[in-house]
Design a protein around this ligand. Structure first.
Ligand code: 7RM
Length: 635
């Protein structure tokens, strides 16, 4: 796995130019030199964004688990593949070697076969961050079943919708999960969901919290005895390059969640290539991504990307605040983590706490810091850089989406000079462009536009499960012959991209386009502010005006609010201009967030517009109770 490692900036530019000039030659060589194929492809790429249709490595035969596990056994059998850090710091860390992972995946694969599952069948996985989650994902891939992991924080309704949408035959779950000092009865949630899922005839239950569960006769089975009785050898299913590997749901701005379909060969090649280069992964590194495997970040950069590279990948079951706010840094010290990959929302939450939580721990093992999920604001970037990386670990601000399968825009550590809030340069093979509202490509720099990609890359989602028309409309209809990301971005004079946020977050005030993120950045610089979100609301004269929701670091005294409002608007005036001043500023203890930490602005917009009788679906919120509180205190 060393034939694709970029080592310096000139090399990046050279490779990038080549990857654009001859994409097929580029991706063919990478595929050829770094993976195990049962049969090579007949055709590297066939595509047509009008249909839309994308096919990579057609004719090739492979199994991704052969590439993630089997081929490492002769050289790395005793190396730790998965390092499991439990929720409770008193419980022992587990080191699962590649040999052990091989055995566990094979046994699990045979259990699935014994349940009657075949290639192409859909399997719903609803598990906490325990090793069985990664093992079950790989077991599906071993036998060619399509996994659909549903984040174990989702409700019964969200779960049943997803199970039914892709017609899953079986659900893999656990009795419950640990989350900080709480436990959650997952099996109960599954039972409730299955009241609405006629197609599920089997539920496999892992034991994690030893809670009491009701097992439905003929449907529910404890997993462990089945594993014990299964054979530890399961020949990998021979898969076609374009066979679906998994479905992962992502919520759209409207309608029901979209089951993004990723296929085998292209996804494998792209996640492996980007993992190696974006994290500069070296053989003895201990890599930790704090995401949950229920999200795309976990699929691509906890499971598939690291394991195809023969890496040691950490799975953390707990939360950053338990037993205290030093937990992340305690784990970094304990396992001498070399690459640490997390989300801005986690960084901001930790930056609010006392600095002692970080200084107490030896973080000197860190070499690369990653950020993903939303634009990282300047203040959070600097805190991460100063207090975690000690100004010596480059921050890779990685921009990508569930739909893209892997990271598309990111600095390469120690290669690409970083600028806070810039995801910087496209990775090799990625051809971004910016479009204006009229559908014309923006060639100039320093202008806000809509981010599109002109050419396919190997891990682009191939369709929405059961609804190709919606796939076409959502991603390929806004701009002719281009994949539309839904994000706004700006390119500076050296070609760096700055992602400004979803385009639906752009607010036009008195004819001026204002991105919410840059204004939030300014507000967050105020020493009393922890986090903020801005939305537009209708205004007689300006068209739209700005409404700011602001979380203070310490619950402020009502009497100080007017003074704070003045100070915030003064800062905005200074940093952006009076046009970006907020008409209304509401102080709030929290913001409505999705379970992956994204602010649900749709709700904030409705509250700001005083349209609170129809807030739409709030079932995917982490903190639905905050909504009423915000309404009650709205201005
Ligand atoms: C990986 C993931 C995708 C959306 C995307 C953006 C936002 C993600 C960044 C970012 C600015 C980043 N997949 N986003 N990464 N915005 N800078 N580095 O998050 O499907 O859950 O979300 O997230 O708006 O379109 S996702």
């Amino acid at each position: 796995m060393s034939n694709y490692h970029i080592k310096h900036l000139e090399e990046y530019y050279k490779i990038y130019r080549k990857s654009v000039r001859e994409p097929e030659v580029f991706w063919e060589k990478i595929a050829e030199e770094n993976f195990t194929w049962y049969k090579k492809w007949d055709n590297v790429l066939e595509w047509d964004f009008k249909k839309p249709e994308v096919k990579w490595y057609q004719g090739a035969k492979l199994n991704i688990t052969e590439n993630c596990i089997d081929r490492h056994l002769s050289t790395k059998g005793n190396k730790t593949a998965i390092l499991f850090e439990p929720n409770n710091p008193g419980e022992e860390t587990q080191h699962i070697t590649y040999n052990q992972l091989h055995e566990r995946v094979n046994r699990f694969a045979n259990v699935l076969k014994n349940e009657g599952l075949k290639k192409g069948d859909r399997v719903c996985i609803y598990l906490p961050m325990i090793p069985d989650l990664a093992v079950s994902v790989l077991a599906c891939a071993r036998i060619g079943a399509i996994h659909s992991v549903v984040f174990a924080g989702f409700s019964a309704t969200a779960l049943s919708t997803r199970i039914n949408d892709s017609d899953c035959k079986i659900v893999i779950t656990s009795d419950g999960s640990y989350r900080g000092n709480k436990t959650i009865d997952l099996k109960k949630i599954v039972d409730e969901a299955l009241n609405d899922c006629a197609g599920v005839n089997s539920v496999l239950v892992a034991k994690r919290i030893n809670s009491e569960v009701t097992m439905k006769e003929g449907r529910d089975k404890w997993l462990q005895p089945l594993l014990n009785n299964a054979s530890s050898e399961c020949e990998p299913e021979v898969m076609d390059a374009e066979d679906p590997l998994f479905i992962l749901y992502t919520s759209g701005s409207t309608g029901k969640p979209k089951g993004m379909v990723h296929t085998t060969a292209g996804y494998m090649v792209y996640t492996a290539y980007t993992f190696k280069n974006v994290f500069n992964y070296k053989d003895d590194d201990i890599y930790w991504c704090t995401a949950d495997i229920g999200w795309i970040t976990g699929h691509s950069y906890i499971v598939y990307g690291p394991l195809t590279n023969g890496a040691t990948t950490v799975m953390f079951e707990g939360v950053p605040s338990y037993p205290d706010y030093g937990r992340f840094w305690e784990i970094v010290e304990k396992h001498k983590i070399t690459q640490f990959y997390t989300a801005p929302t986690a960084i901001r939450a930790l930056a609010k706490e006392h600095l002692d939580y970080t200084t107490k721990h030896d973080l000197s093992s860190l070499k690369v810091l990653g950020s993903v999920g939303e634009p990282i604001n300047e203040e959070a970037w600097h805190w991460y850089n100063d207090h975690i990386g000690k100004k010596k670990s480059p921050i890779v601000d990685t921009w990508w989406q569930t739909e893209t399968g892997g990271i598309l825009i990111s600095p390469l550590p120690n290669i690409t000079p970083t600028i806070p809030t810039y995801a910087s340069l496209p990775l090799p093979g990625i051809q971004p462009c910016l479009m204006d509202e009229k559908g014309k490509e923006i060639i100039e720099n320093q202008i806000d536009g809509r981010l599109c990609i002109k050419y396919p890359w190997p891990s682009i989602a191939r369709t929405i499960w059961g609804n190709h028309q919606r796939y076409k409309e959502t991603y390929f209809s806004a701009y002719k012959n281009k994949y539309f990301t839904g994000d706004g971005a700006m390119r500076n004079t050296i070609g760096y991209y700055r992602i400004t946020g979803r385009v639906d977050d752009v607010i036009i005030v008195s004819g001026h386009n204002l991105g919410t993120a840059p204004i939030e950045d300014v507000i967050n610089e105020h020493p009393a502010v922890a986090e903020s979100a801005i939305v537009g609301f209708p205004h007689d004269v300006k068209g739209n005006a700005l409404y700011g929701y602001v979380i203070l670091k310490e619950t402020g005294d009502e009497n100080s609010f007017d003074k704070l409002r003045k100070e915030i608007n003064q800062m905005i005036t200074e940093h952006i201009g009076p046009i970006a001043k907020l008409n209304k500023i509401q102080f709030t203890p929290g913001l409505p967030k999705t379970r992956s930490g994204k602010i649900m602005r749709r709700i904030l917009r409705k509250i700001a517009a005083n349209e609170t009788d129809n807030l739409g679906d709030t079932s995917t919120l982490l903190n639905p109770e905050i909504v009423q509180e915000i309404i009650d205190n709205s201005l």
